[in-house]
Design a protein around this ligand. Structure first.
Ligand code: ADP
Ligand code: MG
Length: 247
């Protein structure tokens, strides 16, 4: 039997305490190369805290995170090259235009000017110039999200962590966004995408449901529904938190 492929992300017994409060309670999961994994759970479940620990931005209380087999506390520089991260707030500068944001973030990520110009030209092909010239705070959320994803992808990361990228965007923009994510998967990228919207499970190869800092269900959405005899993820979630003694 051949050895299993090295996981893109391996989270082992990961915890985070904020003072006496335990926001993440010893969770473990893996993301395989080329997978789209949905990280689902209500507000306050621990999604952002977990994702920030994976990026290395937030100190781990206990447990480990391996990125392509490398411990993220020992090999942060190497790991930063592999990871793309889109934070929940998108972290674009609201008073800069889309193009100014692209130029700024492309510059600080060290892209050569010629490459940066190519990226800017690509964005100009995708979005009308009058929108690209407006302050990012004034453009529709769907466009803001598109620009934020574009910025995150410019350094060509292999593994992409997206924290609630679809919150606040309308269903059509959400569908288009997921289409873009499939395009990335086709190009061999690995994606971990958090959402508090359980409906988005259907877009994922696998889902991990987190509640009160614990994983309450994990697997392929269809398979999970079949195993548990449920018709939708909402039902599955309700059952799973009861099983875990959480309400
Ligand atoms: P989610 O992203 O799933 O909405 P978070 O990871 O942001 O959840 O938060 C998980 C829990 O940890 C929440 O109860 C939140 O209030 C708490 N929390 C998050 N950040 C901090 C912090 N810096 N200090 C104290 N508590 C925090
Ligand atoms: Mg969050």
């Amino acid at each position: 039997m051949s050895a299993p492929a090295l996981a893109a992300i391996t989270v082992s017994d990961l915890s985070k305490n904020f003072g006496h409060f335990q926001a993440v309670k010893g969770i473990s999961f893996t993301v395989a190369p080329g997978e789209i994994v949905g990280f689902l759970g209500p507000n306050g479940a621990g999604k952002t805290t977990t994702i920030k620990m994976i990026t290395g931005l937030l100190k781990i209380t206990s447990g480990t995170v391996l990125i392509g087999g490398l411990d993220n506390r020992k090999h942060l520089a190497a790991i930063k090259k592999k990871l793309g991260y889109m934070s929940q707030k998108f972290s674009l500068y609201p008073l800069l235009t889309a193009m100014e944001n692209i130029e700024f973030f492309g510059g600080i990520s060290g892209l050569p000017p010629a490459e940066l110009r190519l990226h800017m030209a690509r964005m100009e092909e995708q979005v009308a110039s009058d929108i690209l010239g407006q302050k990012i705070q004034d453009v529709p959320p769907g466009i803001r999200q598109k620009v934020a994803l574009f910025v995150c992808l410019m350094p060509e990361p292999e593994i992409i962590l997206l924290d609630e990228p679809t919150s606040g965007v309308d269903p059509e923009a959400r569908r288009l966004f997921w289409n873009e994510l499939y395009g990335l998967k086709k190009h061999g990228k690995t994606l971990l995408v958090s959402t508090h919207n359980l409906d988005e499970a259907e877009y994922c190869d696998r889902i991990i449901i987190i509640h009160n800092g614990e994983i309450v269900a994990c697997g392929e959405p269809e398979e999970l529904l079949r195993q548990k005899g449920k018709v939708n993820i909402e039902e599955l979630f309700k059952d799973a938190i009861q099983e875990h003694g959480q309400n």
